[in-house]
Design a protein around this ligand. Structure first.
Ligand SMILES: [Zn+2]
Length: 233
């Protein structure tokens, strides 16, 4: 009887054909996994709830899609529709909202800070260290401002003669304080949260965090720091 020998030659040939396919599959999977990790890192880096404060600077490679508003201001495109709706409704309620600051580049924040620092030193005869310490609660050094995220906006009452610190009770800022959350914005440096934010009350500075977070933050009367600690730590 003739013994049957295994078809070694054919199996080898099959392997030679399969090897490149397998290799290609493995390489594709590695490539896709790398893209997925990169994508999710980007997502977490640019999330709406990014915290920027004295301990959390804006990351060097923070990058989102910006959108130019009609008046030359620039914001993260994710909040533009809500911002425009908020301003329109504020006007309809008799307010006169005017955006006085929005996205700032690192360089713009640096110039802004240095100008105020120089002015403070000159006005009050302070040395640089004392002036920097005094400014901490009022203005952010470059790298530490929410304006660099494109998610913060300063709004004052158009035509008001009052300095910004005294505009808290204007119709415009009162309306915004009560209603901003409906559009996903919060009053970031509230009067009753100065100990937590480390910043003076700024009735003009609104930060976009999205609808869900804004509603919870207002309902529970939290600072952004407290909200993140409570729900995300
Ligand atoms: Zn601001």
């Amino acid at each position: 009887m003739e013994e049957q020998t295994p078809p070694v030659g054919r199996n080898r040939r099959r392997l030679w054909i399969l090897a490149p396919v397998l290799l290609l599959t493995v390489l594709s999977l590695i490539f896709l996994a790398t893209r997925a990790v990169h994508w999710s890192l980007q997502q977490s880096k640019t999330r709406l709830l990014t915290l920027v404060d004295i301990e959390h600077p804006v990351e060097d490679d923070y990058n989102v899609e910006f959108m130019l508003l009609g008046d030359g201001q620039m914001m993260d495109s994710r909040c533009v529709d809500d911002l425009e709706a908020m301003l329109a409704d504020c006007r309809a309620a008799g307010g006169r909202p005017e955006i006085t600051a929005s996205f700032r580049t690192w360089g713009a924040q640096e110039r802004f800070y240095e100008e105020r620092l120089t002015a403070l030193m000159a006005e009050q005869g302070l040395d640089e260290e004392a002036a920097r310490a005094r400014l901490t609660r009022k203005i952010e050094a470059p790298g530490y401002s929410e304006h660099q995220l494109g998610l913060a906006v300063d709004i004052l009452e158009e035509g008001s003669e009052l300095p910004e610190e005294e505009q808290s009770d204007t119709l415009t800022l009162r309306w915004l304080r009560e209603n901003a959350w409906r559009y996903g914005f919060i009053l970031r440096y509230a009067e009753n949260k100065t100990a937590i934010t480390g910043k003076d009350y700024r009735p003009w500075h609104f930060r976009y965090v999205g609808h869900e977070a804004a509603a919870q933050i207002v309902k529970l009367d939290l600072a952004l720091e407290e909200y993140l600690e409570m729900f995300f730590s």
